[in-house]
Design a binder for this molecule. Structure first.
Ligand code: ADP
Length: 481
């Protein structure tokens, strides 16, 4: 199944949105990494450098207190030494937690060890000074100098390594930023191109069939109603094309009905007019013996033809009035049984000319209907008239009335040639006639049933026909009471 316009649009949007979401996620993760790296440079590395600097300075001033105490034996310098020791130890402990790589950790450990050894040498010497014992101060001085130089050297190395690492990190950070920027630019450009391609495809899948239909519409405007629109497009447009084709079929049909109507009307008007013209000519020229006898016959023909013309014009006027919604009904409550009898008695003389028997089954207790009596009589006459017209000589017509759900049902059944099933619906449309009807012998305009249907539906009722080929037709209508 082809995807619809909505699905196509959604696929288009998703094709753009999914890569964009991926780009956003990637950018977000890169930026988090950059922020972590920047944090490390700004805080951890800087803090380590500050600690290294402070430890170095503290050790230098501690060696000052060391020398002063050894020379003077003043306890105050000893306490100063101790204070510096606790400061340095806590700074080294912090440095240990700040460093992240093993090499630097080992350096800090070595500083720890060397500093510890220096302190031990100092406290040993201090106990000699305290107890005023004999000892070799030069040997202690050299030992302490070697240890503090070692500590300061390690501190310098640690500082240089931290600076080098900071530099490398900044470099890597710069590379990653430009790489991420390139990646984002490529993906965004890809999304834009993809978006454009998908939009163009979706738009074309709609505009191409639409322009085909526009060309077709122009052809229709020029009077070419041939449908046959075959397009491959989204289902909505295919549905539209299908409707378009059925509209073309309807237009073709309407066009045919129109031309049929004109030829039918031309024929229906010309035949009685020709009879009337011939008749009047006869009357004007006939001065013979049998003038009186001919005059009566010709005048009867002229009257019949004039009546046919009047009926035709009246039917046309009635139908156009009904179609314009201008059918006004004078509703009254009355007994439909007596109306049926009136319609039958009006039609009986015509039926007798064809030796057709009309019978009726109308129960006494029928509910009254509220309807326009004149219009209903017109409908009944039309149905009975058709039954007489389409039933061969010696046939039978039965009119039945019975109460039905909420009203009255009336049917007119005949023993005529019947109506094919495919025509049962269409005969109620104007100018539509059954293919079974032999129009060389039977005259008609295709207006009667359209008028009957209008009358019945205007009363809130419905009408339908059933038929069996060769076994007659039944026209039934229901009216609300
Ligand atoms: P008309 O009779 O003037 O042609 P109608 O609208 O009354 O117009 O009828 C339309 C068509 O329906 C008729 O031409 C005929 O083909 C068919 N039809 C109507 N009534 C009957 C009937 N009782 N038996 C057979 N065909 C009928």
């Amino acid at each position: 199944m082809r995807p619809g316009i909505f699905t196509r649009m959604m696929i288009g949007y998703l094709a753009i949105l999914i890569p964009l979401a991926a780009v956003s996620a990637y950018t977000f993760s890169r930026f988090s990494a950059f922020r972590a790296a920047t944090d490390e440079i700004l805080h951890a590395d800087q803090r380590l450098k500050d600690l290294v600097q402070a430890v170095g300075e503290s050790i230098i001033s501690q060696t000052g207190f060391d020398r002063k105490y050894i020379i003077t034996g003043d306890r105050e310098y000893f306490f100063q030494f101790e204070r510096m020791e606790s400061e340095i130890s806590s700074m080294l402990a912090e440095a240990m937690t700040t460093v992240r790589n093993d090499e630097k950790k080992e350096m800090v450990e070595r500083i720890y060890d060397a500093y510890g050894a220096y302190k031990d040498v100092f406290y040993e010497e201090a106990s000699y000074v305290e107890n005023k014992d004999e000892y070799l101060p030069d040997a202690f001085r050299v030992k302490k100098e070697v240890l503090t130089d070692g500590v300061l050297l390690e501190l310098r190395n640690l500082r240089m390594m931290t600076e080098r690492e900071t530099f490398e990190k900044v470099e890597i950070l710069g590379d990653s930023v430009s790489e991420a920027t390139k990646m984002v630019a490529v993906i965004v450009a890809g999304c834009v191109v993809l978006g454009i391609i998908i939009s163009v495809l979706v738009t074309r899948s709609i505009t191409i069939p639409l322009s085909i239909m526009r060309r077709k519409t122009r052809r229709i405007a020029r009077g070419d109603f041939d449908g046959g629109l075959e397009i491959s497009a989204p289902p909505e447009i295919c549905d539209l094309a299908r409707d378009f084709n059925s509209m073309c079929d309807k237009l073709q049909e309407a066009d045919k009905i129109k031309s049929d109507f004109f030829s039918l009307m031309a024929h229906e008007l010309r035949t009685p007019l020709a009879s009337i013209r011939e008749g009047t000519n006869l009357l004007l020229n006939n001065r013979g013996e049998d003038f009186r006898e001919n005059q009566t016959r010709v005048l009867r023909i002229i009257t019949e033809e004039s009546n046919r013309l009047t009926d035709l014009v009246n039917s046309l006027l009635d139908l156009s009035k009904m179609e314009a919604g201008m059918l006004s009904l004078k509703r009254e409550k009355f007994d439909i049984g007596s109306l049926i009898l009136k319609a039958v008695s009006g039609m009986e003389p015509l039926a007798m000319t064809k030796n057709i028997g009309i019978s009726w089954q109308v129960p006494q207790a029928l509910p009254q209907v509220s309807a326009d009596e004149e219009r209903l009589l017109q409908a009944l006459r039309n149905l009975i008239g058709n039954a007489v017209k389409f039933t061969p000589e010696g046939g039978r017509i039965v009119i039945t009335a019975r109460p039905c759900d909420g009203g009255v049902e009336v049917s007119v059944a005949d023993s005529g040639h019947g109506i094919p099933p495919e025509d049962l619906e269409v005969i109620f449309d104007k100018f539509r006639q059954s293919a079974m009807t032999n129009f060389s012998t039977i005259k008609g305009t295709g207006l009667g049933l359209a008028i009957v249907k209008h009358i019945i539906t205007a009363h809130g009722g419905r009408i339908w026909a059933t038929s069996e080929a060769g076994r007659g037709s039944i026209f039934t209508f229901q009216l609300p009471s």
